[in-house]
Write a protein that binds this ligand. Structure first.
Ligand SMILES: [Zn+2]
Length: 1004
């Protein structure tokens, strides 16, 4: 752009349509632009030039074409009535779920006059950028600030009292599946890129940072795992920040940066004033601060001026490398400072060498021109696309005369042929925006090819290797140390660090530059938060022991005689001072801090730490210390047992969740999950379109939808909302868990063994925004307090949306699913092993048809038990002919039901063993018909026989027996052995029912 700054164009482009357009359009007055005209007058008193207007017009057209299916029309009628959707009319306010095509009529929509709507809207825009007290005479800051402010804050204002519907207003009422906000954002992104290129040529850029899994998995503690995932997400933001600085956060089109706390911190530094309500990232002082959530993925797509794209990618790449090098140096300096040494040249060189190839950064750039040609008005000039065809052919070998990739799709075939034949089915002349899917395909493939072609540099490393990764040398002040065997490492940097208990190194640990950076990241990030946000946040260490004890402590706090009872521990008070305060599950933390417990609050926070400390001392070289520590721990455990009335819980659960087929979702290559174009039109328009008697139009409408920017934005906003809001809420507020990380569809959490099944089910439901089809109350009625929480917070899940704390989020929808691996382990089991098992369980859930929960029990006594249970939210896994399909008849429902029956007072503790014994000779291939009656009757009978309670449970046991038989036999159709499945189900249910686990939780 020659005349004006890129940000001015972006601001003007963002203001090309008012947010409330849908509510004004077709009211009989050509008035829908009034709001933005008034705002533009304030922002641009000198007006906007013709060349600027041209860019904005083009950007709007391209953005519209990229996201909206081109509208076919009957040849004889150019302006049929069905095309006029009056969104403000009660029956026509319809929006469509972006990923499922389900439609909703918004019956309570605002019905005020257009004059009033406009007045309120103008006020709201101007309040943000040109306040009243200054007479609205001009903008407060620069065009850049005004743009960033409107982009971030306006979607959250609600000038019309529409509530959350304000944030969902559609861009085009005829295809109401994407919001006006997504459209404005894409328009300003295109406008910025066009203005920045001498030819107005826009490029798509895809960049990725890795490796992800292998980096995160190298971990000794939950803190390491958090640090690995958070550090990667942070670096990813550092990359996107370069784009945000230069071309705006809207220029990153995947992931959606809107509403991401790390991005909000940057926005605030750039003049956006967050005030009402105060964002949580600015006030939350615990590690439940949303800045601790690693929400940003390691891969992003952006638009940029083609002429500058290469340079931009290089700049980003360099910035990332400089940044990580800086962090590593910082970590090393901290370590050296701790032992009283100073940073040396040789260590600087060692760090530099180790970081040469870290992280791996790959990028691809695909411009619109020369693949597409366009005329002065921005319309496609020539339908040949020979360059595009040639480029796609390298990745999509087309059969016979077919065209490759998107160019061979039904969608493009019809669009292209009717345009070249002048049949005139379509309202708009196509512009390059319609080819977004083709360019995206190309981008995706070029990027993968670049990744595969990477060359590894052979790094010379000497001596012994890092204890965490086993690949690199450990950081050392003296290279001779690298050759010392472990017994002789007394003077090494790490030996000195590990001498005293330190979160930076355990005894004997020696780390490389990368692993050290990860290990110290919690401290480095804490400093960052203090600098950037002004918050001092507690250290992040959560012990598995704390997790195991969570429910017991919670129960204790719930007792009326709690403070008196705690008196039993008074002799231990002196010992508590040596122990570290443990990070607690949020619920427990709140309970401990909100009540006056006669000083016991802070002691209880140290209890798990003290137990861990004693266990550590038992590993000492000094036999006396070992003996005294063992004695103390025994005494303390006995004291606790007396206090609680039972043995303290020693098990906890690790949950690992991963969305199914996410790669295919993003690339749009999973036909079964993609809706048809027809499903994206307003019902009224859909009916009109169905009347067009042309085969081409029918083919066009029944073609599978291709990914577009707003499609990607919908996936991204669903994943952002899930990771940033739903998961922390479910894990830490509904249940007694601790979130380690949540990045998009990936979740790692520690849970209490008592309610881990409920937590897994709730997470699965929130991911899709759907509830078990047959029983909408199923999750909420699992636990009494869940029902109360929901009333209190007005939490709702359903129809592809999640409504939480007064915000409405679109979820992934019912076609999406997720698999969960859940491992129940003893708190002393090595974490790395437990995590490996969790990863295995998750893979098991995937390999058993996905959308499943795999539970693994690792008992201390040895041996592991596993069962994989489909969620069956939509009734999958449950035979169709099953009468009265209820939640209890889904596989997960049956597991919960069985666990609760086994946990009941009056049910013999031997019930499960008896059934298992009875089952074992039935193993092996059997005819389903033989098994059905046998299983159902006998299971009911066996359970009934073990019952000594007063009430008559025979009817319930009959039903449970039937449900167990049906569910396990349905596994047969999945190629699994029903009896084996049933045995696994009983073993897991029995373990989770044992020691009153399930009962404790239900009664709370
Ligand atoms: Zn290492």
């Amino acid at each position: 752009m020659h005349t004006r700054d890129i940000w001015s164009i972006k601001l003007a482009a963002w203001l090309h349509d008012p947010a409330e357009k849908a509510l004004i359009l077709l009211r009989g007055v050509p008035h829908e632009k009034v709001t933005v005209e008034k705002v533009l007058e304030v922002c641009f008193p000198e007006g906007i030039s013709d060349s600027e207007k041209r860019i904005i017009r083009l950007a709007d057209r391209w953005a519209s074409a990229a996201d909206r299916p081109t509208m076919p029309l009957p040849t004889e009628e150019k302006n049929p009535d069905w095309l006029k959707v009056r969104f403000w009319d009660k029956d026509q306010a319809e929006i469509i779920h972006p990923l499922t095509g389900r439609r909703y009529t918004l019956r309570d929509l605002y019905q005020d006059s257009w004059r009033e709507i406009e007045r309120l809207s103008v006020e709201t825009y101007l309040d943000l950028i040109a306040p009243q007290d200054q007479g609205r005479r001009g903008m407060l800051g620069s065009h850049r600030e005004a743009f960033l402010t409107l982009w971030r804050l306006l979607p959250e204002r609600d000038p019309l009292g529409l509530g959350h519907l304000w944030s969902l207003l559609p861009a085009d009422t005829r295809t109401p599946w994407h919001t006006i906000w997504d459209h404005l954002s894409l328009t300003s992104a295109f406008a910025g890129a066009m203005a920045g290129d001498p030819q107005g040529n826009v490029a798509l850029m895809l960049m990725s940072i890795g490796p992800v899994q292998s980096f995160i998995e190298k971990a000794r503690s939950t803190s390491d795992i958090w640090a690995g995932s958070h550090l990667l997400s942070f670096l990813s933001w550092k990359a996107m920040e370069v784009i945000a600085e230069t071309y705006g956060p809207d220029a990153v089109i995947y992931p959606k940066l809107w509403g991401v706390p790390l991005v909000d911190v940057w926005l605030e530094k750039n003049g956006v004033k967050f005030s009402d309500p105060e964002p949580r990232w600015r006030k939350e002082k615990s590690d439940s601060n949303p800045l601790f959530v690693a929400a940003l993925p390691n891969r992003f797509v952006a638009v940029a001026p083609f002429s500058n794209a290469q340079e931009l990618a290089r700049t980003i790449s360099k910035k990332i490398r400089d940044h990580i090098l800086n962090l590593a140096n910082k970590a090393a300096k901290k370590l050296l400072e701790k032992v009283g040494s100073s940073f040396s040249h040789s260590m600087e060189e060692q760090i530099k060498a180790q970081l040469e190839d870290f992280p791996e950064i790959h990028w691809a750039i695909v411009p619109f021109g020369p693949f597409v040609k366009w005329d002065e008005e921005g319309f496609i000039d020539g339908m040949e696309m020979s360059e595009l065809k040639e480029a796609l052919l390298r990745f999509f070998p087309a059969e016979k005369d077919d065209l490759p990739g998107f160019l061979g799709s039904d969608h493009w075939r019809v669009l292209r042929s009717t345009l070249s034949d002048q049949k005139g089915f379509f309202v708009y002349t196509p512009n390059p925006g319609v080819l977004y899917p083709a360019l995206y395909q190309l981008l995706d493939r070029v990027h993968s090819a670049a990744k595969e072609a990477r060359v590894f540099r052979q790094l010379t490393q000497e001596g012994f290797r890092c204890s965490l990764c086993g690949e690199l040398e450990w950081l050392t002040e003296d290279r001779h140390h690298l050759f010392l065997t472990s017994g002789k490492r007394r003077d090494t940097l790490w030996a000195k660090i590990g001498q005293r208990p330190s979160p930076w190194a355990r005894k004997g640990e020696h780390l490389c530059a990368i692993c050290a950076t990860k290990r110290l990241w919690p401290d480095i990030f804490r400093e960052w938060m203090e600098e950037q946000v002004g918050l001092a946040v507690d250290h992040f260490v959560v012990s598995t022991h704390t997790m195991a004890l969570g429910t017991d402590l919670m129960d204790l706090l719930g007792r009326e005689d709690c403070v008196e009872a705690l008196g039993a521990l008074k002799d231990w008070k002196a010992h508590f001072k040596d122990a570290a305060r443990a990070a607690m599950p949020l619920k427990l933390h709140r309970e401990l801090t909100s009540r006056s417990l006669n000083g016991w609050g802070s002691e209880l926070r140290k209890l798990p730490g003290l137990l861990d400390l004693l266990r550590e001392r038992e590993n000492s070289d000094d036999p006396k210390e070992v003996e005294s520590a063992r004695q103390m721990r025994d005494d303390l455990m006995k004291g606790l047992e007396k206090l609680l009335g039972h043995k303290p819980e020693a098990y906890y659960a690790v949950l690992l969740m991963d969305g199914d087929n996410m790669g295919a979702w993003v690339s749009g290559t999973h036909p079964a999950k993609m809706v048809k174009y027809n499903e994206l039109f307003h019902t009224r328009v859909q009916e009109g379109l169905s009347q067009i008697p042309s085969k081409e139009v029918k083919d066009y409408l029944s073609a599978t939808r291709c990914p577009s920017p707003a499609y990607h934005s919908s996936i991204s906003s669903a994943l952002n909302a899930f990771a940033l809001y739903a998961v922390p809420y479910i894990v830490e507020e509904l249940y007694l868990g601790k979130l380690i990380y949540a990045g998009g569809d990936d979740v790692l959490a520690l849970l209490s063994v008592d309610d881990c099944l409920e937590a897994a089910l709730t997470l699965r439901c929130a991911f899709s925004g759907t509830l078990p089809a047959s029983d909408k109350q199923a999750i909420w009625s699992l636990l009494r307090w869940l029902e109360e929480q929901r009333q209190h917070l007005k939490t709702q899940v359903g129809r592809g949306f999640v409504f939480l704390k007064n915000r409405l989020f679109n979820a992934m929808g019912e076609f999406a699913s997720a698999s969960i691996g859940l491992v129940v382990a003893h708190h002393t089991a090595p974490l790395q092993m437990v995590l490996r098992e969790a990863r295995k369980a998750e893979r098991m859930a995937k390999s058993h048809g996905r959308d499943s929960l795999a539970v693994t029990l690792i008992k201390r006594s040895g041996g592991a038990t596993q069962v994989v249970v489909p969620f069956g939210l939509r009734g999958n896994g449950v035979p169709k002919e099953t009468r009265g399909e209820t939640f209890q008849q889904t596989p997960v429902g049956v597991l919960l039901w069985l666990r609760d029956v086994l946990a009941r007072e009056g049910m013999s503790r031997r019930a499960a063993y008896t059934v298992l014994q009875w089952l074992s000779p039935l193993s092996g291939p059997k005819e389903v018909a033989d098994l059905e009656g046998l299983l159902s009757r006998n299971l009911a009978w066996q359970l009934q026989r073990q019952w000594s309670g007063k009430e008559d449970i025979s009817q319930e046991m009959r039903e449970l027996g039937e449900a167990l038989a049906e569910v396990s036999l349905s596994m047969g159709s999945k190629g699994r052995e029903p009896v084996k499945f049933l045995a696994g189900l009983f073993q897991v249910a029995e373990f989770l029912a044992r020691e009153g686990r399930a009962r404790k939780v239900r009664a709370r």
